[in-house]
Ligand binder design. Structure first.
Ligand code: XMP
Length: 516
């Protein structure tokens, strides 16, 4: 394991992902973890992340210098680099000379462990206020910038390395190469972590955990629950039953996809509950987004509990249903361990939001994985491309993509518009490029149009294509005009009551991805 010490601001997750892209397993630990505890995990290497602080700020996170004496290879990045420099006797000046964004780096030691085979001048991503002016004793300075005399250093004997910039971000042109040089050359690690290993390991763990007991799993149609279910199915076969609650807020073809494709690929036992009537009557008259989310969450739990009771009743007494499978991902785990006092922007509800008093033990085979890794595991398990590459879809479904009251009629309109947008994006080969493209029906807004020589007074739909790496931040996708034109023409021609298509050109922040 490579430990990534988290000094804040989401850099650690990105670093952990990049390490895994280099096929080396990595885990994130908080900077408050005592060094002895970190070392007790037996790390093969440690990476110190960047962070928003200055090493001179009172209360800024610190690190016990004992880490550098433990004989474990360490790579400090940005804030981690400055901590390393100060801890080992180098000089970091609080010059106020700031460097943010793309910067040119001059490599002075092209044959060094980190920089070998990379150009003498390279673009790197900086974000710092302090600058290192003298490396600690025994260290070689390997690169600089116009502003920072010591932008990278290394001590091969002690296997300690540092760079002032962020190798993990894409704007740093040779970032991944430098990270890999640290892992393979500096720390002597081999790229052996693969999805095949992950599957084998998880299958063994699930078997050991569940034993001869039984498990149930809520399927949402999304990637995470599908892959978690497929993994558990591979491990315990018919001891698993999946429950799919159709709340009537699904997109076109979604329920059928779960019923046919997923079952065909996995052979899983599936219980489908058609609860659309129940959800729609609970939602009648409600337009407030948070209220909608709460109602959908509540109804979901009720239906799920009912289904679960039925499955338990059918189970013979000597094989109790003790386990609940959840598709919890690593970012959820990291964030729920770290984040306190974060504002509740939206009450996120998904199958993972089931209440704790469900009295089950949890099976969470994806809790160490990032989304892209979950997709690779899904592929490895033979799930169809349409499921594995699915774009994220919120648990409350189309219910939060109708601005205004949710009715069956409006759902039908939105389902059609959404299906057209998806079809055209797929046809244009844009599925991988965009993160997702919500289609939103502005049901409470009307505008005048003219169609077939007559006046119409219909509703607009909004296209919200975004690109993102993790949905925490997003930018609006610059879709080709021809694709937008096709979507617009088809929606206004084919979907009754929709006479206008508009494009959302807001990034996140300030806008969230979904409208509600
Ligand atoms: P926002 O709208 O908060 O969305 O920018 C971020 C990502 O989360 C998805 N999303 C949800 N997923 N249950 C889910 O499982 C929810 O209640 C929910 N709300 C938003 C959204 O589609 C985007 O990918």
């Amino acid at each position: 394991t490579v430990l990534v010490v988290d000094f804040g601001a989401q850099y650690a997750q990105l670093i952990a992902r990049r390490v895994r892209e280099a096929r080396v397993y990595s885990e994130i630990v908080p900077s408050t973890m005592p060094v002895a505890e970190m070392l007790a995990k037996g790390p093969k290497a440690v990476i110190l992340s960047g962070g928003p602080s200055s090493v001179y700020e009172p209360g800024a996170p610190t690190l016990d210098a004992a880490l550098f004496e433990a004989g474990v290879p360490v790579f400090g990045m940005c804030y981690g680099f400055q901590l390393m420099a100060t801890a080992l006797g180098g000089t970091v000046d609080n010059t106020g000379a700031r460097e943010y964004g793309r910067t040119e780096l001059s490599v002075s030691r092209p044959s060094s462990t980190l920089f070998e085979g990379t150009p003498a001048e390279q673009s790197v991503w900086m974000s710092h206020g302090d600058a290192c002016s003298a490396a600690p004793e025994g260290f070689t300075v390997t690169a600089s910038t116009d502003v920072v005399p010591v932008a990278a250093f290394e001590n091969d004997e002690k296997r300690l390395y540092g760079v002032q910039y962020h190798p993990e971000v894409l704007h740093t042109t040779h970032g991944q190469q430098i990270l890999e040089h640290f892992l393979y050359r500096g720390a002597g690690l081999a790229p052996t972590w693969t999805t095949t290993n992950v599957v084998d390991e998880q299958v063994a763990l699930i078997r050991a955990q569940v034993g001869s007991s039984r498990a149930i799993c809520g399927l949402s149609g999304g990637v995470d629950s599908a892959v978690a279910a497929a993994l558990v199915q591979k491990a315990i076969g018919s001891q698993l039953t999946c429950v799919y609650v159709d709340h009537g807020l699904m997109r076109k073809g979604e329920t059928e996809q779960v019923e046919k494709d997923f079952v065909a690929a996995t052979g899983v036992q599936l219980k489908v509950v058609d609860a659309s009537e129940r959800f729609l009557s609970a939602l009648a008259g409600v337009s407030d987004p948070e209220q909608k989310r709460k109602i959908i969450g509540r109804e979901f739990i009720r239906v799920f509990e009912q289904a679960q009771a039925e499955i338990v009743a059918e189970a013979p007494g000597d094989h109790p249903v003790e386990f609940l499978v959840q598709g919890t991902l690593y970012p959820d785990v990291v964030e729920s361990g770290g984040g306190t006092g974060t504002a509740n922007i939206k009450s996120h509800h998904n199958v993972g939001g089931l209440p704790e008093d469900l009295e089950f033990q949890l099976v969470e085979p994806l809790r160490k994985l990032f989304k892209d890794e979950v997709r690779m595991v899904g592929q490895e398990l033979g799930l169809p491309e349409e499921i594995v590459q699915r774009q994220p879809f919120p648990g409350p479904g189309l219910g939060i993509r109708i601005v205004g009251e949710v009715t069956r009629d409006r759902l039908d309109l939105l389902r059609e518009a959404d299906a057209i947008a998806r079809e055209e994006l797929t046809a244009a080969g844009l599925d991988r490029e965009i993160w997702q493209c919500p289609v939103v029906l502005l049901a409470d807004v009307r505008s005048v149009g003219v169609q077939g020589d007559g006046r119409t007074y219909g509703h607009p739909v909004v296209l919200r294509p975004v690109s993102s790496e993790d949905a925490m931040t997003a930018d609006w996708s610059r879709l080709p005009y021809e694709t937008l034109a096709r979507i617009s023409t088809r929606i206004t021609n084919e979907v009754r009551d929709v006479n206008r298509v508009v494009l959302d050109v807001t990034s996140k922040p300030p806008g969230t991805i979904e409208w509600e």
